[in-house]
Design a protein around this ligand. Structure first.
Ligand SMILES: *[C@@H]1O[C@H](CO)[C@@H](O)[C@H](O)[C@H]1NC(C)=O
Ligand SMILES: *[C@@H]1O[C@H](CO)[C@@H](O)[C@H](O)[C@H]1NC(C)=O
Ligand SMILES: *[C@@H]1O[C@H](CO)[C@@H](O)[C@H](O)[C@H]1NC(C)=O
Ligand SMILES: *[C@@H]1O[C@H](CO)[C@@H](O)[C@H](O)[C@H]1NC(C)=O
Ligand SMILES: *[C@@H]1O[C@H](CO)[C@@H](O)[C@H](O)[C@H]1NC(C)=O
Ligand SMILES: *[C@@H]1O[C@H](CO)[C@@H](O)[C@H](O)[C@H]1NC(C)=O
Ligand SMILES: *[C@@H]1O[C@H](CO)[C@@H](O)[C@H](O)[C@H]1NC(C)=O
Ligand SMILES: *[C@@H]1O[C@H](CO)[C@@H](O)[C@H](O)[C@H]1NC(C)=O
Ligand SMILES: *[C@@H]1O[C@H](CO)[C@@H](O)[C@H](O)[C@H]1NC(C)=O
Ligand SMILES: *[C@@H]1O[C@H](CO)[C@@H](O)[C@H](O)[C@H]1NC(C)=O
Ligand SMILES: *[C@@H]1O[C@H](CO)[C@@H](O)[C@H](O)[C@H]1NC(C)=O
Length: 825
C-alpha cells in the first residue's frame, strides 16, 4: 500500500517535472522566435504606463488594470487589485451568494477550509495533466490547442483557462475547444483570444455550476438564442472584445443571478427593450465601444445599477424613458457618443443621479424639461457639444449642482434666469464658447462660485471677484470698466469735444466774414481748412462720448461688438483724417511762413491757386492715408477698432501667448499654463504714420521756426543797426515772436510727442503701458491741437494784430512785421 502510494506520488512528481521542463523549453523557444519576454509575474511598467500579463506577452494600458474587466489570460490584471475576487495564489470557495479566498496550499490538504461547503476537499484526485496544458489543484490551462478530452482530469476541474493564441500568432480553434459535458463542476471558464465565431445552444448546456465566464478577444459574432439557458448560477459574463452585432431578445433571460455583464468593444448595432429582460440581479453592465444608434425606452428596466458606462457606443438618439428603472443610478457615462439631442424625458427616472458625463457628443437641441426632476445632480459635463443656446428653466431643479461645464460649445446665448436656481454651483467651465449676447443678469442666481474657467474676460467681469476666474487667453484691451473709465475723462471728453466744435465753428464763421486781401486769402484758406479738420476731431470726440453714455456701466459686455461696429470704424476714420489733415496743414502753414520770411518780396510764395491745390492735395493725401486701413482691413485688421476708442494708437505691442489649459483635479477647474509670450509690434501702419510721418512733420515745423527766428533776428539787426535807436522795441518784438513760435511748436509737441514717445517705448518693449492710457490719450493728447488751434491761429491773432496796428507805424512795415503778424495770423 505504502509502495503504491509512494510510486504513484513519484510518478506524479516526475510528470510534473517533465511538464515544467516542457513549459520552460517552450517559454525559451518563444523568447527566441519573437522578442516577447514572458514574465512569470504580472509586471507594471509605470514609466511606459503598460501592464504585462503573467505568463503572456500581452500588455495593456495601465488604465485597463483593475477596471473590472478581465483582459489577461489568467485574469491577473484584476486579481492583483483589492477587489472582490481572489488573487492568483488563492483558491476561491464559491458559495451561493458569496465567496471566500483560501491559500492554494489548503486545497486537498485533508481539511475542509471552505467553511460553508468544504468544496476544497471534494474530488481531490491527483490530476493528470494534458500535455502542453498546465494543471494545478482544480484548474487546467491550455494554450494554442484543443483540449484532449480526458475525463480523468476534466471531470473534477473547477477552472478552465483556454488561451487560443498560438506561438506563431494564429488563433485557434474555430469551435468550442472542449466538450462541455466533461466539465460538470466548472466554476470559472476563460476562453481567450481564439477565432471562435459563434456560441451555440449546446455549448454551455451542462455547465450548471458555472459562476464566471470570460469569453474575451474571440471573434464571436453570433449568439444563438438560449445559449445561456440553464446557467442560473452565473454571476459574471464577459463577452467584450468580440464581433457581436446583434443580441437576440431574451438571450439573457435565464441569467437571473448575473450581476456583471460586459459587452464592450463589440459592434452591437441595436438594442431593444427586451434585450436585457430577465437580468434581475444586474449591478454592472458595460456597453462601451459599440455602435448602438438608438438607446430604446426601458432597455435597462429595474437594474440596480450605480454606474452605467455607455461611452464610445455610437449612440445617436436617446429615446424618452431609456433610463427608466435605474432608480439607484449615480453615475451615467455617455461621453464620446454622437448624441444629437436631449429630448424631454431622456433622463426620466434617474432619481439618484449625481454624475452625468455627456462630453464629446453632438448635442445641439436640449429640451428645456430634460433635467426636470433630477434634483440630486451634482456634476454635469456638457463639454464639446454643439449647444447654441441655454434656455431659462433648463436647470430649474438642479439646486444641488456644484460642477458644470459648457466649454467647447458654439454657445451664443444664455437666457437670463437660466442659472437662477443654481445657488450651490461652485465650478463653472466656459472655455471656448462664443457668447455674443451677454446680459448683465445672465449669471444671476449663482452665489457660491469658487472657480470659473473661461476665455471670455467679460464673464469674469460679471462675477465681481476676478480672482476666482481662470482665463484661458487674454487680450491686453480686456478690462471690466466702461468706455471712459472715470468721471474726469467723461466730463473732459464732452467739454473738449464741444470746445473743438464751437471754437472751430466760430473760426469758420469769422474767416468767411473778414479779410479779403490776397495774402490773407491764402492764409484764410489754410486756417479755415485747419478749422474744418479740427471740427472733425470734435465730431469724433462726441461720437466717443455718446458711445460711452449709450453703453454705460456694462460697456465691457459690448466692447467687442462696439470695436467691430461701423460707427466705431467711421469714428476712427474721422479721427485719423482729422489729425493727419491737421498735421499736414500745420506743415503747409509753416512752409508758407518760411517762404514769406526767406523770400520777403514774394518771389516764391503760395498764391491763391497753388494754395488751393496744396490744400486739396492735403485732403486727398490725408483721405487716402485714412481710408487705407478700411480698404485693406484684411492685412491690417482691426486698425479702426483695435482699441475701445477706435483709433489704433501704437501704444501697445501685440502679444501672442502659447499655453494650454490643464485640468486641476483638486480644484476641479481648468488652469492656464503659460509657456511663453512672444511680443511683436502691432499695427505697422499706425506706427509708420504716428511715429514716422508725424514725427518728421514735427521736426519740419521745429526747423522751420528756427529758420524763421534766425532769419528774422538777422534782418532785424540789419534793419535796426543803421537806424539805431529802435533796438529795445525790436528786442521786445523778438521776444514776442519767439514766444508765439514756441507756443505753436510746443502745442504740436505736446500733441504728438507723448504719443510718439509712448509709442517708441512700448514698441521697443521697454515698458508695458496700461490700456486706460488710450482713453487718456484720446481725451487729453490727441485733441490738443484741435481745441487750441482756433485760439492760436485765429483768436490770438485777432487780438494781436489789433494791438500791432495801434502800436507800430504802418509806413515802416517791413517784411519783419509781416513775418511776425503772419506768424500770428
Ligand atoms: C534561444 O535562446 C537560447 C538561450 O537564450 C539560446 O541558447 C539559443 O541559441 C537560442 N536559439 C535561437 C534559435 O536563437
Ligand atoms: C529582437 O531583439 C534583438 C536584440 O535585442 C534585435 O536586434 C531584434 O531586432 C529584435 N527583433 C524584433 C523582431 O524585434
Ligand atoms: C506562470 O507560469 C509559471 C511557470 O512557467 C508557473 O509557475 C505559474 O504558476 C504560472 N502562473 C499562472 C498564474 O498560471
Ligand atoms: C510577483 O508578484 C507577487 C504579488 O504581486 C509579489 O509578491 C512578488 O514579489 C512578485 N515576484 C517577483 C519576482 O516580482
Ligand atoms: C483514467 O484513469 C483510469 C483509472 O485511473 C485509467 O484506467 C485510464 O486509462 C485513465 N484514462 C486516461 C485517458 O488516462
Ligand atoms: C502556426 O502554428 C500552427 C500549429 O501550431 C500551424 O498549424 C500553422 O500552420 C502555423 N501557421 C503559420 C502561419 O505558421
Ligand atoms: C462529449 O462527451 C460525451 C461523454 O463523454 C460524449 O458522449 C459526446 O459525444 C462528446 N461530445 C462531443 C461533441 O465530442
Ligand atoms: C472574424 O470573423 C469574420 C467572419 O465572421 C471574419 O471575416 C474575420 O476574418 C474573423 N476575424 C478574425 C480575427 O478571426
Ligand atoms: C470633440 O468631440 C469630437 C467628437 O464628437 C472629437 O472628435 C474631438 O476631438 C473633440 N474635441 C476636443 C477638443 O476634445
Ligand atoms: C438636493 O437638494 C434638495 C433641496 O433642493 C435637498 O432636499 C436634497 O437633500 C438634496 N439632495 C442631495 C443628494 O444633496
Ligand atoms: C427656481 O427659482 C425661481 C425663482 O427664484 C423660483 O420661483 C422657483 O421656485 C425655483 N425652482 C426650484 C425648483 O427651486
Amino acid at each position: 500500500m505504502m509502495m503504491l502510494y509512494s510510486t504513484s506520488f513519484m510518478s506524479w512528481l516526475v510528470v510534473m517535472i517533465v511538464v515544467i521542463a516542457v513549459i520552460n523549453v517552450e517559454a525559451q523557444s518563444q523568447g527566441n522566435t519573437s522578442n516577447q519576454t514572458i514574465s512569470t509575474n504580472s509586471t507594471i511598467d509605470g514609466y511606459e504606463g503598460r501592464f504585462t500579463c503573467v505568463n503572456s506577452s500581452l500588455t495593456f494600458d495601465i488604465d485597463d488594470v483593475c477596471d473590472g474587466q478581465y483582459q489577461c489570460p489568467y485574469s491577473d490584471d484584476e486579481y492583483i487589485c483589492d477587489n472582490e475576487y481572489c488573487s492568483s495564489a488563492e483558491y476561491m470557495c464559491d458559495y451561493e451568494d458569496s465567496y471566500e479566498c483560501i491559500p492554494l496550499d489548503y486545497v486537498c490538504d485533508g481539511y475542509a477550509d471552505c467553511e460553508q461547503n468544504g468544496i476544497d476537499e471534494i474530488l481531490c484526485d491527483p490530476l493528470d495533466c494534458v500535455p502542453s496544458c498546465r494543471c494545478s489543484a482544480y484548474s487546467v490551462s491550455c494554450e494554442g490547442r484543443n483540449i484532449v478530452d480526458d475525463t480523468n482530469i476534466t471531470k473534477s476541474s473547477r477552472d478552465l483557462y483556454f488561451i487560443g493564441q498560438s506561438i506563431n500568432g494564429t488563433k485557434m480553434p474555430l469551435s468550442m475547444p472542449f466538450n462541455v459535458t466533461t466539465y460538470p463542476l466548472l466554476l470559472r471558464l476563460n476562453i481567450y483570444n481564439t477565432g471562435l465565431r459563434e456560441l451555440l445552444r449546446a455549448d454551455f448546456l451542462t455547465l450548471t455550476e458555472i459562476r464566471m465566464m470570460i469569453l474575451q478577444y474571440n471573434n464571436i459574432s453570433r449568439i444563438e438564442d438560449l445559449s445561456f439557458s440553464n446557467l442560473n448560477k452565473l454571476t459574471m459574463l464577459d463577452l467584450s472584445y468580440n464581433s457581436i452585432t446583434r443580441i437576440e431578445d431574451f438571450s439573457f433571460r435565464d441569467l437571473n443571478k448575473l450581476t456583471s455583464l460586459y459587452l464592450s468593444r463589440n459592434v452591437i448595432e441595436s438594442l431593444s427593450s427586451d434585450t436585457f429582460s430577465g437580468l434581475t440581479s444586474l449591478t454592472e453592465i458595460d456597453l462601451r465601444f459599440n455602435r448602438i444608434a438608438v438607446l430604446p425606452a426601458r432597455v435597462f428596466k429595474a437594474f440596480h445599477l450605480e454606474d452605467l458606462l455607455i461611452d464610445h457606443a455610437g449612440i445617436i438618439e436617446l429615446e424618452p424613458g431609456c433610463f427608466q428603472g435605474l432608480e439607484a443610478l449615480q453615475n451615467l457615462v455617455l461621453y464620446r457618443n454622437s448624441i444629437t439631442s436631449l429630448p424631454s424625458g431622456a433622463f426620466r427616472g434617474l432619481e439618484s443621479i449625481i454624475y452625468l458625463h455627456l462630453f464629446d457628443n453632438k448635442i445641439s437641441n436640449i429640451d428645456v424639461d430634460v433635467f426636470k426632476g433630477l434634483n440630486t445632480l451634482e456634476f454635469l459635463d456638457l463639454t464639446n457639444n454643439s449647444i447654441i443656446e441655454l434656455r431659462k428653466g433648463l436647470f430649474e431643479d438642479q439646486s444641488n449642482l456644484t460642477w458644470v461645464s459648457f466649454s467647447d460649445n458654439p454657445l451664443e446665448y444664455i437666457e437670463p434666469g437660466t442659472f437662477q436656481n443654481l445657488s450651490r454651483l461652485e465650478y463653472l467651465n466656459m472655455v471656448n464658447v462664443q457668447l455674443t449676447n451677454l446680459e448683465p443678469d445672465t449669471f444671476k442666481g449663482i452665489t457660491s462660485l469658487k472657480g470659473l474657467s473661461t476665455d471670455d474676460y467679460r464673464l469674469c467681469c460679471l462675477f465681481d471677484e476676478t480672482d476666482l476666474c481662470t482665463i484661458a487667453s487674454s487680450n491686453f484691451l480686456d478690462s471690466c470698466s466702461r468706455l471712459m473709465p472715470n468721471t474726469i475723462l467723461r466730463v473732459a471728453l464732452w467739454v473738449i469735444g464741444f470746445g473743438a466744435l464751437i471754437g472751430n465753428t466760430i473760426v469758420l464763421v469769422f474767416r468767411c466774414r473778414t479779410d479779403h486781401s490776397v495774402s490773407a486769402k491764402t492764409q484764410g484758406l489754410f486756417i479755415s481748412n485747419l478749422a474744418i479738420a479740427d471740427f472733425l476731431m470734435g465730431i469724433y470726440m462726441l461720437i466717443i462720448s455718446s458711445a460711452d453714455v449709450y453703453y454705460g456701466e456694462y460697456f465691457y459686455l459690448y466692447a467687442e461688438q462696439w470695436r467691430g461696429s461701423v460707427t466705431c470704424k467711421v469714428a476712427g476714420f474721422i479721427a485719423f483724417l482729422s489729425s493727419e489733415t491737421s498735421v499736414f496743414i500745420l506743415a503747409i502753414i509753416t512752409i508758407d511762413r518760411v517762404l514769406c520770411v526767406v523770400f520777403p518780396f514774394g518771389k516764391l510764395k503760395f498764391r491763391a491757386t497753388s494754395a488751393r491745390v496744396g490744400v486739396a492735395l492735403i485732403w486727398a493725401i490725408a483721405f487716402v492715408v485714412s481710408i487705407v486701413p478700411l480698404v485693406v482691413s484684411s492685412y491690417i485688421s482691426g486698425f479702426y477698432g483695435q482699441s475701445d476708442v477706435c483709433v489704433g494708437l501704437p501704444l501697445n505691442v501685440e502679444s501672442t501667448e502659447t499655453g494650454e489649459l490643464v485640468f486641476n483635479i483638486e480644484r476641479r477647474v481648468w488652469e492656464y499654463l503659460q509657456y511663453e509670450t512672444t511680443k511683436r509690434p502691432s499695427w505697422v501702419y499706425s506706427i509708420a504714420i504716428f511715429l514716422g510721418v508725424n514725427f518728421l512733420i514735427f521736426i519740419l515745423i521745429l526747423l522751420s521756426y528756427v529758420v524763421i527766428f534766425v532769419h528774422v533776428r538777422k534782418s532785424a539787426r540789419s534793419v535796426a543797426n543803421p537806424a539805431s535807436g529802435s533796438g529795445s522795441s525790436d528786442r521786445a518784438r523778438e521776444v514776442k515772436l519767439a514766444t508765439r513760435m514756441s507756443i505753436i511748436v510746443l502745442t504740436d509737441f505736446f500733441c504728438w510727442m507723448p504719443v510718439i514717445i509712448m509709442g517708441i517705448l512700448s514698441q521697443t518693449g521697454a515698458v508695458t503701458l496700461p490700456v486706460s492710457l488710450y482713453a487718456w490719450s484720446v481725451v487729453f493728447i490727441l485733441p490738443i491741437n484741435a481745441t487750441i488751434n482756433p485760439y492760436l491761429y485765429t483768436f490770438i491773432a485777432i487780438c494781436g494784430s489789433s494791438k500791432t496796428r495801434s502800436t507800430s507805424n504802418p509806413t515802416q512795415k517791413t517784411h519783419l512785421t509781416t513775418a511776425v503778424s503772419e506768424t500770428r495770423a
